[in-house]
Design a protein around this ligand. Structure first.
Ligand SMILES: [Zn+2]
Length: 171
């Protein structure tokens, strides 16, 4: 009995020693995770999305639909603030990245770092680059390399896919 207890205690001690080292490893790993926390993904079933989103949002965000040109509520929005994913709230674009592209959809020349993921899209007889929310995979629109600003990029985004949050501190 005594021997078992001692052995147990020794084993415990050993693991404490190991843990200190493991702990340091874990902390550095956690730090890495934190730095790309926006990449943390949200996975929901299509049924769950259907319940959460409006029919229009579901059609565009989940079925990769496109709103009619020049109809989007944020097309002409010039207020300062942040555009977030309408499905999961992930901040995607800032108002200072928005520009008037005359293409009929809200356009941005850059994204908030790591917020948007891209995929090759060959639907409708075209080769385009689809843009999606990096967190929930919601369809946003497409990105083109004909942007007029120094990034050369034009993120063409459906208003339905985004929610605008006005920056109340903006001048
Ligand atoms: Zn999202």
């Amino acid at each position: 009995m005594v021997i078992t207890l001692l052995a147990g205690f020794a084993a415990c001690n050993t693991s404490v020693t190991t843990n200190t080292k493991d702990m340091r490893d874990m902390q550095s790993k956690l730090k890495e995770k934190q730095s790309d926390s926006t990449a943390q993904t949200i996975v929901k079933t299509e049924q769950e999305w259907k319940e959460q989103l409006t029919a229009e949002q579901y059609y565009i965000l989940r079925e990769k639909g496109t709103e009619r040109a020049f109809t989007g509520k944020y097309l002409l929005n010039k207020d300062e603030g942040v555009y977030k994913c309408a499905a999961c709230g992930n901040p995607l674009f800032k108002s200072d990245q928005k520009f008037d592209s005359h293409c009929g959809w809200p356009s941005f020349d850059d994204q908030i770092e790591g917020a948007v993921k891209t995929e090759r899209d060959t639907s409708h007889g075209m080769v385009r680059t689809e843009i999606m929310c990096a967190r929930c995979g919601g369809h946003l629109g497409h990105v083109f390399d004909d942007g007029p600003t120094n990034t050369g990029l034009r993120y063409c985004v459906n208003s339905v896919s985004i929610d605008f949050e006005k920056d109340t501190l903006a001048k």
